[in-house]
Ligand binder design. Structure first.
Ligand code: NAD
Length: 265
């Protein structure tokens, strides 16, 4: 299976489909990430706050997959915002992951109440300059946070990882990000199982027309919109199903019908 890639604004590329490990039990992470790597995923999205970076690291080490074939993202937690705490946080994440560098390091949330994200971004730039993260970006940032960051920083974030699925398609924020050359990553790409996305007629119809599952149709919608995503599942069967999305293409009419599900929520 060849996973499509997206070119980032710093000259690197990212596999468009990855595997996310939010709420994956630390005790089960090694097994579940090993399953994902065996299925063929090469892009893993974790975070310090998930408490499972060590399990991700063990799965990477056990896989024997060359480091340059893997794309690993982790995130700096809110309590680590600030200069020295960011330097300490990346070192701890790298130690837990057993890596010399991550491909992508993100500020997890802007937390404007802390008023530290501009300072933290300057630290992220240094983390990148020291080679501890090839690319740097943000998560859950809205346009005003990014405007402030762009006005003070020298590196434009490579990505913004935001909640995004067909019922919450974030069109205005995606347009803003595109205008700044920032790639969009979707968290909760399947709606975290909360929005009955899979029962929505436009999703069900597209899935049945292509003989695929509703989850596969939703993942395909993300891919065809140029969005980077990393659906999560603990089940090997679903992990494989979610990766098997490169053998069909939604039609323009099917894409438009799924686009029409956006309720803003
Ligand atoms: P998701 O949208 O990927 O949904 C996961 C849920 O969907 C699973 O628990 C499972 O119940 C269901 N599911 C998965 N595959 C299925 C299938 N084939 N058929 C039926 N149901 C299926 O939600 P998520 O895990 O919250 O988001 C994906 C990743 O995004 C996370 O693992 C994490 O890496 C990232 N994330 C980031 C943030 C952030 O603040 N940056 C927040 C949440 C998640």
């Amino acid at each position: 299976m060849t996973v499509s890639t997206i070119a980032l604004n710093d000259g690197t590329t990212i596999p468009q489909l990855g595997f996310g490990v939010f709420r994956v039990d630390p005790a089960e992470t090694e097994r579940i990430v090993s399953d994902a790597l065996e299925v063929g995923y090469r892009h893993i999205d974790t975070a310090a706050i998930y408490g499972n970076e060590e399990g991700v690291g063990r799965a990477i080490a056990a896989s024997g997959i060359p480091r340059d074939e893997l794309y690993i993202t982790t995130k700096l937690w809110n309590s680590d915002q600030g200069t020295q705490s960011a330097f300490d946080a990346i070192d701890l994440s790298l130690e837990k992951l057993g890596l010399e560098s991550v491909n992508l390091y993100l500020i997890h949330w802007p937390r404007p109440d802390l008023d530290l994200y501009v300072e933290t971004w300057a630290a992220m730039e240094q983390i990148q300059a020291h080679g501890k993260a090839t690319s740097i970006g943000v998560s859950n940032f809205h346009a005003p946070h990014l405007d402030k960051l762009l006005a003070s920083g020298t590196v434009v974030p490579a990505v913004d990882q935001i909640e995004l699925h067909p019922a919450f398609a974030q069109a205005p924020l995606r347009a803003y990000l595109a205008s700044k050359g920032i790639a969009t990553e979707a968290w909760g790409p399947l709606g975290q199982g909360k929005y009955e996305l899979f029962e929505m007629p436009a999703v069900a119809a597209a899935a049945s027309a292509h003989g695929v599952s509703p989850a596969q149709a939703v993942i395909r919608w993300h891919l065809q919109k140029g969005i980077i995503g990393f659906p999560k599942s603990n089940s090997r069967e679903r992990i494989a199903e979610n990766f098997d999305v490169f053998g069909f293409e939604l039609t323009d009419a099917e894409m438009a019908a799924i686009d029409a599900l956006d309720a803003g929520l």
